[in-house]
Design a protein around this ligand. Structure first.
Ligand SMILES: [Zn+2]
Ligand SMILES: [Zn+2]
Length: 145
């Protein structure tokens, strides 16, 4: 993504454009996988962006709260991973053995949301679901099934 588009996304969210915000969004947008704060920190250092881990955490927090990036909690590892928010609704399947994360873009829940909303008068603006289990490779390795 063009740097100008990244900056637009930051400014549109009402945030100030800082070097760290731009760099972190940029690298998450280019990443093929979800990244942890530590991953992001070491990539920034490799790119000669001097930054401490706590600043990375603070920046990730701010960008998550403003929906520019998404945070995914890995319950087993007690760690979080981040992805760029492409504004395309999706869910994750997380392997409990190797932590591989697969993305599913199919979601059957909009009808259910409408029903809950009608029943409860609660205005639903979204949902988050993560599926846990074992990926194909781990099923073989662990001899499950
Ligand atoms: Zn696995
Ligand atoms: Zn969904």
């Amino acid at each position: 993504m063009e740097k100008t588009n990244i900056i637009k996304r930051i400014v549109d969210a009402g945030l100030k454009k800082t070097k760290y915000r731009v760099n972190i969004i940029d690298l998450l947008e280019k990443a093929d996988n979800l990244l942890s704060a530590n991953d992001i920190h070491s990539i920034l250092l490799k790119e000669n962006t001097k930054v401490d881990l706590s600043t990375v955490y603070r920046t990730l927090d701010k960008l998550t709260k403003n929906n520019i990036i998404n945070r995914i909690e890995l319950e087993k590892e007690n760690k979080s991973l981040y992805e760029y928010n492409r504004k395309k609704h999706h869910h994750f399947m997380i392997c409990k053995n190797c932590n591989k994360i697969e993305t599913i873009y199919e979601c059957p829940l909009s009808e259910y949301e409408e029903k809950i909303q009608a029943d409860s008068n609660f205005l639903i603006t979204g949902h988050k679901i993560e599926f846990y289990g074992y990926c194909k490779d781990c099923q073989k390795k662990l001899k499950i099934n």
